[in-house]
Design a protein around this ligand. Structure first.
Ligand code: NAD
Length: 335
């Protein structure tokens, strides 16, 4: 049986990526929606043939507990709202997929995990790149030491935001938790961790210059940081809302690799010291949700579990702590 997914928050990502992906998934389908905007409810209902009984708003959302059509709640709201809706979904006994970053504080991420444990539901993070063949190859090259030990990593992910109002929550500290690090930089954090197959022991970071103070009043415009792994390997990373960069590189004893574009939805390209990577560009969100639905259905741990989301929030918070403290080395404890 296909599992029913309810999308919570019908913004850009739900509209342009997740809903279309759910037309192609084999293990799950778009069964319901949760929205604060009645006009969106009408439009989605018509477009995707969603029955009235599977349409909720943020107030009556908890009644989803009684809805047998919904197995999975997918939280696609501004970052600071992930905790509330993940916890409410867990209490309604639904498995949860939560978008990245999992939360805007370590405490929230811990509360989310606890709620899912208590209610015996699974929690997975929307880390789509774990389902992408280019990134799976990087995991293989790094973790299985195909070219020997990894010696260094570089990962940059930046886009030029412009002054568009549709991104207003992304520059609001309260709702986003931070700037490009939370939104784009998290892909670099993830990539360094899955290249190494482990988490960094410490980080150092510095905020970049603010050239657009009208937009970046509350969150950073850009940030440089380094992640230090226990064997001394350093990942050099950068993220920004006012540049265009998108690559992931690794250097090992006997070879190297480079993805670029690396982190966007389409057009990925990759190369190693042995030549071009020949992988198809897949519909990542469809593979991701199919993979997550299958793990929920079989009661197997997800390859992108809530625990990984918590680990990453700890790393993000350590990066901010270092940047605020003038680049001081901040060790990270995961226990
Ligand atoms: P968006 O601004 O396009 O959509 C946000 C949605 O939340 C809108 O429908 C909005 O109406 C709703 N909302 C409810 N309460 C709100 C409030 N108080 N303030 C603002 N909006 C409110 O954002 P998006 O790009 O769809 O991002 C949503 C989440 O998905 C974020 O956590 C983001 O990090 C994540 N995301 C992930 C990927 C990915 O590739 N995995 C890509 C894009 C976004």
């Amino acid at each position: 049986r296909k599992l029913g997914i309810a999308l919570v928050g019908l913004g850009g990502y739900s509209t342009h990526q997740l809903a279309p992906a759910l037309q192609e998934t084999k293990n799950c389908y778009l069964a319901g929606i949760v929205t604060g905007t009645p006009a969106k409810a009408e439009a989605w209902k018509a477009k995707y043939k969603i029955p009235d009984k599977n349409i909720y708003n943020y107030q009556n959302f908890d009644q989803i507990v009684n809805n047998k059509d919904i197995d999975i709640v997918y939280v696609v709201l501004p970052n600071a709202m992930h905790a509330e809706f993940t916890i409410r979904a867990a209490k309604a006994k639904k498995h949860v997929i939560c978008e990245k970053p999992m939360a805007t504080s370590v405490e929230d991420a811990q509360r989310m995990l606890e709620a899912c444990r208590q209610n015996k539901v699974q929690l997975a993070i929307g880390y789509r790149l774990h389902y992408d063949p280019f990134h799976q190859r990087v995991m293989d090259l790094g973790q299985n030491r195909i070219f020997g030990n990894v010696q260094s990593i570089r990962a940059h992910n930046a886009f030029d935001m412009g002054a568009g109002s549709s991104n207003s929550w992304r520059v609001d500290k309260e709702r986003a938790g931070g700037g490009p690090l939370m939104d784009m930089g998290i892909y670099c954090v993830q990539a360094a961790c899955y290249t190494m197959g482990k988490a960094p022991v410490a980080v150092t970071a510095t905020f970049g210059e603010v050239t657009r103070p009208e937009l970046f009043k509350e969150v950073e415009q850009s940030i440089n940081w380094k992640m230090e792994f226990e064997n001394g390997v350093i990942a050099e990373c950068f993220s920004s809302y006012s540049d265009r960069e998108d690559f992931l590189e690794g250097k090992a004893e006997k070879g190297w690799w480079r993805l670029g574009p690396a982190f966007g939805y389409e057009g990925k390209r990759g190369e190693t010291s042995q030549g071009k990577m020949n992988y198809p560009n897949i519909f990542e969100q469809a593979s991701q949700m199919d993979g997550q639905a299958e793990s929920f259905r079989n009661n197997k741990p997800s390859i992108v579990p809530g625990e990984m989301g918590l680990r990453d929030v700890k790393i993000l918070m350590a990066i901010y702590a270092s940047a605020r403290d003038g680049g001081k080395r901040v060790p990270i404890s995961y226990t």
